[in-house]
Design a protein around this ligand. Structure first.
Ligand SMILES: Nc1nc2c(ncn2[C@@H]2O[C@H](COP(=O)(O)OP(=O)(O)OP(=O)(O)O)[C@@H](O)[C@H]2O)c(=O)[nH]1
Ligand SMILES: [Mg+2]
Length: 380
């Protein structure tokens, strides 16, 4: 079962978990042979971690994805030692591995302020180089988000996330009828008949106000950031955290979970998501499922059910909505197939995008070469 509206196609599979950049250090400055002057060193290019940054923001902000540091200044009679060129800083998110095109790890950005040198500036011209400067180092580098799993389970406490992971994988997460049974992520491997494995992270239950650090709060949301796709799990009969907190239906749970992700980082809503409607073995579940399906088809029509500040600005469009019972196992095989289909589709889209990128940068090189050939003076 898939519901896709036209507006949501644009956001489909838009989550960015890697990015390729062209980086080049600045050239060195010219030396001054007459007085033995030394040109300034070219600037370096650094990738620097900044809290609010995401790969998606980088992609939108730096359309060309080319970063070239400034050249060092030439040595002059007034300043025999030329000044160093200014460094170029590329702002990137934390939780990134930086590699070169051959896959060699250049460094990691783990927390705000961490920096990795990705291209050195060229040396300035000096006595040792007949006063001729060196060009800066030029290469492609790749930033990869350190993912903890292909799929992250997102849901209120007690929705049955751990029970589901136990059903789909060999993991044995703790299951209990009280909230916050799961306190840290646990990864399970889901195996397919063709021996492909995917990883699924059981995450602590999310509650209203998580974006303000309530419940497991930010700690939990940080993990959601690091999964490729989201698997929302809701109890078809709804959820109530405590007698003093309001009861939430399955539809309201979907809306609140979406809103919490949006308030934390709205980029999270660009990830592909699937919805699991659990506990279908309970009495009255079929009627509740039909109601939920109707509400999901037209979420705006039911926005009055929640206070205005809890209604997400944009509704998630689930690739699949799958009713299951994690307790009895019904619907779980169908879910497994849908998960695989969704991940395979995203992988093929990524490969296509990578080929397009490579082709584009190759074209850039060809154009640059042909321009320099045409532009050079004929030899006499
Ligand atoms: N009837 C029924 N009960 C279920 C089903 N799936 C899970 N449960 C029960 O729901 C309760 C909560 O299950 P968990 O798997 O621990 O839920 P969770 O989402 O991991 O909860 P937290 O770790 O607290 O976030 C347990 O008592 C399970 O036995 C289901 O399909 N049907
Ligand atoms: Mg759990």
């Amino acid at each position: 079962m898939v519901w896709l509206s036209r507006t949501c196609y644009r956001k489909y599979g838009n989550f960015v978990d890697n990015l390729r950049l062209y980086v080049r250090g600045g050239s060195g400055g010219m030396g001054l042979p007459r007085l033995g002057g030394e040109g300034g060193k070219g600037g370096d290019v650094w990738v620097v971690a900044m809290k609010e940054m995401t790969l998606k923001k980088m992609k939108d902000k730096y359309l060309q994805k080319r970063f070239i540091a400034a050249a060092g200044s030439n040595s002059t009679v007034r300043a025999l030692r030329g000044q160093k060129g200014e460094d170029q800083e590329v702002l990137a998110p934390a939780g990134i591995t930086v590699t070169n095109d051959e896959g060699k790890v250049l460094g990691e950005l783990n927390c705000e302020g961490d920096r990795v040198l990705v291209a050195r500036g060229g040396q300035g011209g000096s006595y040792h180089s007949q006063f001729l400067p060196k060009k800066g180092q030029a290469r492609q580098v790749r930033l990869d988000l350190k993912l903890i799993a292909d799929l992250g389970l997102v849901g209120f406490p007690n929705a049955g996330k751990s029970t589901l992971l136990g059903m789909l994988s060999h993991a044995k997460p703790q299951v209990a009828s009280y909230a916050f049974t799961t306190l840290r992520p646990e990864i399970g491997k889901v195996m397919y008949d063709d021996h492909k494995q995917i990883s699924m992270a059981d995450l602590p239950g999310l509650i209203e106000g998580a974006h303000m650090n309530k419940g497991m709060g930010h700690q939990f949301l940080k993990h959601v950031e690091r999964t490729k796709q989201l698997l929302f799990v809701v109890d078809v009969c709804g959820f109530q955290l405590a007698s003093k907190t309001p009861f939430r239906t399955a539809f309201e749970a979907v809306q609140i979970l979406t809103k919490e992700l949006e308030l934390y980082k709205d980029d999270l809503l660009c990830k592909s998501a699937l919805l699991v409607v659990n506990k279908m073995d309970l009495p009255g579940a079929e009627d509740k499922l039909s109601e939920l399906q109707e509400q999901l088809r037209n979420p705006q029509g039911f926005s009055h059910l929640l206070p205005e500040d809890m209604v997400p600005k944009r509704n998630l469009v689930f690739r699949h909505v799958i009713p299951i019972s994690a307790a009895t196992g019904s619907g779980v095989m169908q879910l497994k197939t849908c998960i695989r289909e969704s991940l395979d589709k995203e992988a093929s889209m990524e490969t296509e995008a990578l080929h397009r990128d490579r082709l584009q940068s190759l074209r850039g090189v060809v154009t640059a070469n042909s321009t320099s050939t045409w532009g050079s003076k004929p030899r006499v």
